[in-house]
Design a protein around this ligand. Sequence first.
Ligand code: GAL
Length: 420
Amino acid sequence: MRFTRRAALAVVGVATLLATSACGSDDDGGAGSTQVEVFTWWADGGEKAGLDGLVGQFTTACTGQTFVNGAVAGGAGANAKQVLASRLQQGDPPDTFQAHAGAELIDYINAGQVEDLSADYDSWGLKQAFPPGLIDNLTVDGKIYSVPANIHRANVVWTNKKVLADAGITATPADLAGFFADLDKVKAEGIAAPLAIGKDWTQLMLFESVLITDLGPEKFTGLWNGATDWNDPGVTTAINDFKRLLTYTNTDRDALDWTDAEKLVMDGKAAYQLMGDWEAADLDAKGFKDYGWFTFPGNGTTFQWLADSFVLPQGAKNPDGTKCWLKTVGSAEGQKAFNTTKGSIPARTDAVPGDYPEYQQAAMADWKSATQVPSCAHGSACSQGWQGAANSALGAFSTGQDVAGLQKALAAAAKQFAGK
Ligand code: GAL
């Protein structure tokens, strides 16, 4: 047994592990193994449903290989990323792990922790399958290191339709002023915290959406590539708007994961939650049907994107099995099996919208015409170090509410991690 199995056992539970590992065989996951340990943070609800879909396709396409579930629970990989970092450091990588396209992936590439897959892209025809912009985000010095499974959207507000109807809200707020007015209407119905939220990274997501509204998509993107100064007065406006939004949120926010906040919406204790579109799949998986959604007020047609991709780690025990997993992830069948149940849209451009639930059909249409911006909370905009610093700054703001202090901390993080 490797350390990895122990970590997985602690979090995923014995039953899942026994069901998915090659128990009773002599295969200990070492050299010559036919086990493929897939490391994710998709342990429950819609996330697990998506993973299960992919595993079903892997089982069909990769006979002779056995899927081993290395999931470590916790939204946005809050726990998984720590476990992964320590395993990589100890030279004990899983056979594959999920990594966000963009800056987060570049961390692993620069650290020499993942293998070049360019030749496989050619033999699997993947360069033609994915949009050129996404290929750019996966490429470093002409080489491609991961296979994207999807495109998720981060800047979406999920609603409880009944709570909104009870408050007499029938239209989607066009801007932040309209959103504040609606939040007041829900509050007047006796709902003390109409906007459900969780801990640090979920607060960073809400703050990023406010930044998009107050700065516009171009200046927002500039925050991450150095073109926009974090000391910009527009950032101060956004922090003040965000501070005001926090007055409508649950006070136990710093102790909650995104699914706990989602439950407040499902239970009618809140009307809204800003969350990525994995929430659509999770609400579906939990049988909650009375939900609506809209793009964060003031974001216009901006689509804040992130993409989950899978890699071949340096030193993986079963590279042949991993390659079969990666080929499955990139295939039309694999993307359909995964994305129809994950809330995301396929990264491949040849998907058939009619195969997907209502939400994803709308997202597919938006993706084609939207202005795209990346996400720091989910690694497309910023490195892992920068993301950690931003999460800590938001966590401190949640208790301290110091506007100048947050702006200073975010400016310092940009300087430290991007030299800007
Ligand atoms: C993101 C990931 C999504 C979803 C979400 C919540 O980082 O890209 O697929 O899992 O975290 O856990």
